[in-house]
Design a binder for this molecule. Structure first.
Ligand SMILES: CC(C)(COP(=O)(O)OP(=O)(O)OC[C@H]1O[C@@H](n2cnc3c(N)ncnc32)[C@H](O)[C@@H]1OP(=O)(O)O)[C@@H](O)C(=O)NCCC(=O)NCCS
Length: 199
């Protein structure tokens, strides 16, 4: 468990963008010996970033990029003091909720063989027949996770005031945050309520 107040949100400002980079520099470049130019590949400017803070101090991050019918979760990094806590799970869950709110139904990832078991705990499975990937001197396994269908994701019919909210701060996200074990039933229940309110 995490001792302190955990806050997870998307990066919305320069300070948090810099904090995200500092975590990834410490974890991937310094600890993992990934060359800096490979780690910061330009896609950071075209992605959403989840940032986890404990008592206001940034401790974990993950990058999300969007494709036509799937999202790609990448560069998950948790500072050493917060490994073996539930921080990685909570970052992952935030990412799932964000993708569900947007209407995505599949998450794609790649992982080292040593981490496959870890990500299976978050519902990922190997992508059948997908070839292994050689990258930065590592062999990586393509994995995916299904997400529950969201009939009420933001759409062309959504109120503009909802579309203009800061990314990830839609009422749906609050609903998803409150969710307990029955993911699908709870999601449908809350989204029905949300739809009535919106209509
Ligand atoms: C991946 C990460 C977020 C998981 O955090 P966590 O849920 O708290 O889990 P742990 O750190 O305990 O890691 C789970 C297991 O994977 C191992 N592991 C973690 N990162 C690893 C890496 N980069 N290479 C090889 N093994 C790794 C850990 O040693 C641990 O093994 P153990 O259970 O035998 O002790 C965290 O370990 C981390 O930030 N790692 C470095 C960055 C990284 O590899 N990101 C993942 C990209 S797919």
């Amino acid at each position: 468990m995490i001792d302190g107040k955990l806050n997870i949100s998307l990066v919305h400002n320069e300070a948090d963008f810099e904090a995200m980079k500092q975590i990834r520099r410490a974890v991937f470049v310094d600890e993992g010996h990934i060359p800096e130019d490979k780690e910061f590949d330009g896609n950071d400017y075209c992605a959403a970033h989840v940032l986890a803070k404990v008592n206001g101090k940034p401790q974990g991050t993950m990058r999300i990029r969007f494709f036509s019918d799937f999202v790609k979760f990448e560069r998950m990094a948790v500072m050493p003091d917060y490994r073996k806590t539930d921080m990685a799970d909570k970052i992952m869950k935030y990412g799932f909720d964000y993708a569900i709110a947007k209407g995505y139904e599949r998450v794609y990832g790649i992982c080292k063989e040593e981490l496959l078991h870890r990500w299976e705990k978050n519902g990922y499975t190997r992508i059948p027949d997908a070839p292994l990937i050689e990258q930065n001197g590592m062999t990586l396994i393509p994995i995916m996770r299904r997400l529950p269908k969201n009939e009420h994701s933001l759409s062309l019919q959504s109120n503009l005031s909802l579309l203009n909210l800061p990314e990830g701060e839609w009422p749906q996200m609050d609903a998803l945050r409150l969710r307990e074990d029955n993911e699908k039933a709870y999601l449908n229940f809350i989204l029905q309520k949300f739809k009535k309110k919106r209509d």
